[in-house]
Design a protein around this ligand. Structure first.
Ligand code: NDP
Length: 304
C-alpha cells in the first residue's frame, strides 16, 4: 500500500491520526516531524538541543522535556540521530521501563551489525526495533514517490505502516533487522563513489577552463549506468566474466589515461589512482582477457 500526494493510502483511506514521537531533530528529523504534522498526526519531539524544535512547536508539535517523557507519549517512536552511538547516548539515559512496549523505528543510519545489535539491545528492554534506511534527502520527505527501506518484525511494521507512509513510500524487505541497514549501505557505496567521480570530473574540467555547466549533459549520460547494469547483472550472477564485449586489459589502459589526464593538469589523482590499482590487481590475478566484471572477484576478497 502506498500513499498518494493527498495523504490518502492507495486503498483510498486516510490513516487515522496517530500519536508518534520523533527523537532527533537534525534536518531529517525536522522534515519528518513536519510530514507527520502535515498528515494530522499528534507529534511529540525531543532533541538534545531543544531550540531546534521551535518552528515545529509553532506548528503544533509538543516538545518533551526529557527523552523519557518523549518515549512515554507514543507507542511509535521514530529515531533520527547521527549514528547508533547517538542512539545509545539518548536511550541509555532513560529508565528501562520507559522503553517497554515501544516500537522504535530507527531511521538512524549505521552498519548492519550495529542495527542487529541495536535490535537485540532494545528487545532486552521490552521494545521492538524496526530498522529503516531513508533513500532521499530531507527535501524528499513527505513525497510518496520517495522511498525508505524497512526491516524487522513484519507484523509490527504492518501495524504502523499507514502512519509511516506520511514520510515516504515504504519498502519492507524482511525480518532481519540488519537487512534495511545493509541495503542502505549498498545504496550509499554506489551513491558516494558515483558522486565523487562527478566531483573528480568537475575538478579535471576546471583545470581546462570548463565549468560544471559545460559538462552537465556528459555527466548525466555517464552516470546513467542502466544499460551496463542490465547487461552485467545476469552475467555476474552466473559467474560469467567472458571478455567478449570488454576486456580488463582495455579497462586498465583506459584507467591509466584517466589518471594521467588528471595529474598532467595538476589535479588530485588519488581517486583515479585507486581505480587503476584495482584494475592492476585484476591483471595480476590473470583476468586481463576477461570482462571488467571480473573485478568483482578481486573485490570479494579483502586486500589486507
Ligand atoms: P544530523 O547528524 O544532522 O542530526 C542528527 C541528530 O542527532 C541531531 O538532532 C543531533 O542533536 C542528534 N545527536 C547527535 N549526537 C547526539 C548525541 N550524542 N546525543 C544526543 N543527540 C545526538 O543528521 P540528519 O538529521 O541529517 O540525519 C539523521 C539520520 O538520517 C542520519 O543517520 C543520516 O545518516 C540519515 N540520513 C540523512 C540524510 C540527509 O540527507 N540528511 C539522507 C538519508 C539518511 P543536536 O541537534 O543536539 O546536535
Amino acid at each position: 500500500m502506498s500513499t498518494t500526494s493527498t495523504g490518502t493510502t492507495s486503498t483510498g483511506m486516510t490513516p487515522a491520526p496517530a500519536h508518534v514521537t520523533v527523537i532527533g531533530l537534525g534536518p531529517m528529523g525536522r522534515a519528518m516531524t513536519g510530514a507527520f504534522l502535515d498528515r494530522g498526526h499528534h507529534v511529540t519531539v525531543w532533541n538534545r538541543t531543544p531550540s531546534r524544535a521551535d518552528a515545529l512547536v509553532a506548528r503544533g508539535a509538543v516538545l518533551a522535556a526529557t527523552a523519557e517523557e518523549a518515549l512515554g507519549a507514543s507507542e511509535l517512536v521514530v529515531l533520527s540521530l547521527t549514528d547508533y552511538d547517538a542512539v545509545y547516548a539518548v536511550l541509555s539515559g532513560v529508565a528501562p521501563a520507559a522503553l517497554a512496549g515501544r516500537v522504535l523505528v530507527n531511521l538512524t543510519s549505521d552498519t548492519p551489525a550495529k542495527a542487529r545489535a541495536g535490535a537485540e539491545w532494545v528487545a532486552e528492554r521490552g521494545a521492538t526495533q524496526i530498522t529503516g534506511g531513508v533513500l532521499v534527502p530531507p527535501s524528499g520527505i513527505g513525497d510518496p514517490e520517495s522511498s525508505t527501506l524497512y526491516s524487522g518484525p513484519q507484523s509490527v511494521f504492518e501495524a504502523h505502516r499507514p502512519t509511516l507512509e506520511a514520510l515516504t513510500g515504504t519498502d519492507y524487505r524482511g525480518e532481519d533487522p540488519g537487512l534495511a541497514a545493509l541495503l542502505y549501505q549498498l545504496n550509499m557505496v554506489m551513491f558516494w563513489t558515483s558522486l565523487t567521480s562527478y566531483w573528480q570530473a568537475v575538478a579535471m574540467a576546471d583545470a581546462h577552463g570548463l565549468k560544471a555547466a559545460d559538462i552537465l549533459p556528459l555527466a548525466v549520460n555517464a552516470l546513467d549506468l542502466t544499460r551496463f547494469l542490465e547487461f552485467y547483472t545476469p552475467r555476474v550472477d552466473a559467474g560469467d566474466h567472458t571478455g567478449d564485449v570488454d576486456r580488463l586489459a582495455m579497462g586498465a589502459a583506459s584507467a591509466e589515461h584517466v589518471l594521467h589526464t588528471a595529474t598532467d593538469a595538476g589535479v588530485d589523482g588519488a581517486l583515479p589512482a585507486a581505480v587503476l590499482d584495482l584494475f592492476k590487481r585484476g591483471l595480476a590475478a590473470g583476468h586481463g582477457a576477461d570482462s571488467c566484471s571480473s573485478l568483482v572477484e578481486i573485490l570479494k576478497r579483502s586486500a589486507t
